[in-house]
Design a protein around this ligand. Structure first.
Ligand code: ADP
Length: 270
């Protein structure tokens, strides 16, 4: 984007004696302004949708004589939407804390398998729209990590797998690795990701803007948060996808081998 400034110089008698033309490349400013306004509109939309539900169902509850079952149904919707709003605001706060370096992690020895089981169970309570297949190929799956944050990583990845794939689809969660590394695949059979979008996926507020997913809500913060947490645990996240077919997000964490560190009868590590 080029902005052109033009100034014509005149002598006292109003006779032109020259013009100065200045070109300035404002592509960067233009991109930033465009991104900012896109962010504002995405965020407003994401906040407004659940709020509209809360208001609408509250009005119904206040103004109508309703059967108890209906009341419970409306209250459940209000509760779910309020939870969605809280999760959104927590995402914004997380991103801000991560950016300012104020995010703290309470690391302990935690078992990835049991964390994944919890995340999957919770997901099954909320929705039964997909078949989740879980396999573990390692005997021990311990890492040094913050339980809540690691749960957030897999909740975000599993939510995305569900959000961006058709109902009834399979989701495969596989734990494998070596003595040094634990890897976890979260694979879906969904929309996939265009190749040119892959380098941007972990940027804050980035969303793939294709007609096939325009109606799917989101802020573009989920993967940015996931990557920050994974990095803070000395891990990496990679993605591979076949556009239109499947996506696999793989996280790798340093493996803590508890058995290797146990003392044997002679006091040496076995
Ligand atoms: P959000 O889902 O809120 O848009 P994310 O940061 O979680 O934000 O994801 C960024 C983008 O990456 C999404 O907009 C979506 O287009 C794409 N994406 C993420 N996960 C998947 C997936 N499993 N399958 C297809 N596309 C995905």
């Amino acid at each position: 984007v080029i902005r052109v400034y033009c100034k014509t110089f005149k002598k006292d008698c109003n006779e032109d004696f020259g013009s100065l033309l200045v070109h300035r490349d404002i592509t960067k400013e233009y991109e930033i302004a465009k991104t900012k306004s896109e962010i504002v509109s995405t965020v407003s939309h994401e906040l407004r949708t659940p709020l509209a539900s809360v208001l609408g169902f509250t009005e119904l509850l206040l103004n109508k004589e309703l059967k108890p079952e209906r009341k419970t149904k409306y209250l459940q919707t209000i509760y779910n939407e309020a939870k969605r709003l809280t999760a959104l605001i927590n995402d914004f706060l997380d991103i801000q804390r991560m950016e300012s370096g104020k995010q703290t992690y309470e690391k302990k020895f935690i078992d990835i398998t049991s964390i994944l089981q919890n995340v999957i169970e919770l997901q099954k309570v909320n929705t039964s729209s997909h078949k989740i297949q879980f396999s573990v190929e390692l005997e021990e799956t311990i890492i040094l990590g913050d339980r809540m944050k690691i749960e957030q990583v897999f909740t975000n990845l599993l939510n995305n797998a569900i959000k961006y794939s058709p109902k009834g689809g399979n989701i495969f969660i596989r734990v494998y690795g070596s003595e040094d590394m634990i890897s976890i695949d979260v694979k879906d059979e969904g929309l996939g990701i265009p190749e040119d979008a892959i380098p941007h996926l972990f940027q804050q507020f980035y969303r793939v803007d294709n007609s096939d997913r325009r109606r799917i809500g989101g802020t573009g913060l989920g993967l940015a948060i996931v990557q920050e947490i994974v990095k803070a645990h000395g891990g990496v996240i990679t993605v591979s996808s076949e556009y239109g077919k499947s996506s696999t997000f793989t996280t790798h964490f340093p493996h803590v081998m508890m058995k290797v560190n146990k003392q044997n009868d002679y006091g040496a590590a076995s």
